[in-house]
Design a protein around this ligand. Structure first.
Ligand code: FE2
Ligand code: FE2
Length: 376
């Protein structure tokens, strides 16, 4: 006999609450022999009352990881590794190599003069630079230099390569891709460029020079691609924008001062499947808690503070990375009284929104903040 217990919440009209007996057990065996099953034996599991996130909350502290990231410089060459990346592995998502939910993330490090060869894949990709100077990415012939806290996109299906220019410094960045999602949807492709590197006659940083003027677009130029023509979002403009916004706004109760990276042509997300934002917590700001569908990976771009995620306090500082699994309560706090803190994020909200799955809820108790039950 199988377990006949029922979750009290499911013991109502409208949920499956059939109690097992010997006759049914024999019936289930017969159904199984025909590659079939009785829906009521699995219905409550496959249709939970609310999302049941598969990922653990994880914080990857930079001070602990830094040495390991630099070790990879000595151990492998980019031309052998393809990409020299230490990836962030969620202990509950090892089967799909995800950092959180259906998002992959890792830290890639390169020396001046090193290049990873050109390739393309069906998964979307992006980079948030953590440290360095004159790293670069080439996206469909658009050559972009990258310094600390710059953000760059590599839309799905575009040829891209990256490295650090000879005049640069050792650089590392956080990669984020929707590889697990693309694989779950059985839609992934990967190609190596036939000539290994893209040739380009475009001037360096033509994309931000053409499309990076706030509120303006070139009058004559036509951009036909589905992704953003602005591919690089430099930190100085992002930070200036946050400060300007903060000077005239009380901010969002759950996120403080938050700006999304957008496609200037559409106002929508720069890429199809992943979204990004930078948020600023003003001195001593402590947000209210909320939860929503969609998975989020944060990187601390500036400052010191903590987030309470599922009742547990996670202290963070610059370059730390942490994740908030779907439908998990979270709130953020800046510990500095006299300085702001900034959190960069990558999320899968564009997928949630396009599929009409996005939902959000404010924490209803305790004045809107969680009780802290533990510190990680
Ligand atoms: Fe790639
Ligand atoms: Fe949130």
């Amino acid at each position: 006999m199988t377990d006949t217990s029922t979750d009290p919440r499911d013991d109502i009209l409208g949920r499956a609450r059939v109690r097992d007996n010997d006759e049914l057990a024999a019936y289930y065996e017969d159904l199984a022999s025909h590659e079939t099953g009785a829906l009521w034996t699995v219905a409550n599991d496959i249709e939970p009352w609310e999302p049941t996130p598969k990922s653990a909350v994880v914080i990857w502290r930079h001070k602990k990881l830094r040495e390991q990231i630099f070790r990879s410089l000595e151990l492998v060459k980019p031309e052998d590794a393809g990409r020299r990346v230490v990836f962030l592995r969620n202990p509950k998502r090892k089967d799909v190599s995800a950092a959180c939910g259906w998002l992959f993330s890792g830290i890639q490090i390169m020396r001046p003069g090193e290049m990873a060869s050109a390739h393309n894949h069906a998964a979307s990709a992006q980079r948030f630079i953590m440290e360095g100077k004159n790293a670069f990415t080439v996206v469909e012939g658009h050559r972009l230099t990258l310094d600390a806290r710059d953000f760059v996109i590599t839309p799905n299906g575009t040829w891209h390569e990256h490295g650090v220019r000879e005049d640069g410094e050792v650089s590392f960045w956080q990669d984020a891709l929707d590889i697990p999602l693309t694989n779950a949807l059985e839609a992934n492709f990967y190609e190596v460029h036939p000539e290994n590197f893209q040739g380009s006659n475009l001037p360096w940083n033509a994309s931000p020079a053409t499309y990076g003027t706030p509120g303006m677009l070139p009058a004559r130029e036509k951009w036909g691609a589905f992704y953003s023509p602005l591919m690089k979002y430099p930190w100085d403009k992002t930070y200036e924008g946050l400060q300007n916004f903060a000077s005239v706004s009380d901010g969002d109760p759950f996120d403080g001062i938050i700006l999304k990276y957008v496609n200037p042509n559409t106002g929508g997300d720069p890429m199809a499947t992943m979204g990004n934002a930078m948020q600023m917590l003003r001195p001593a700001e402590h947000t209210k808690a909320h939860r929503h569908t969609g998975n989020v990976i944060y990187q601390v771009a500036r400052g010191k503070g903590y987030s309470v995620i599922g009742g547990v306090r996670y202290d963070w500082e610059e370059k730390d990375i942490f994740c908030v699994p779907a439908w998990t309560w979270h709130e953020h706090c800046n510990l500095a009284d006299n300085d702001d803190a900034c959190l960069w994020q990558v999320n899968d909200f564009p997928v949630m929104e396009k599929l009409k799955f996005y939902r959000e809820q404010a924490y209803p108790e305790n004045g809107g903040n969680q009780e802290i039950t533990a510190t990680a």
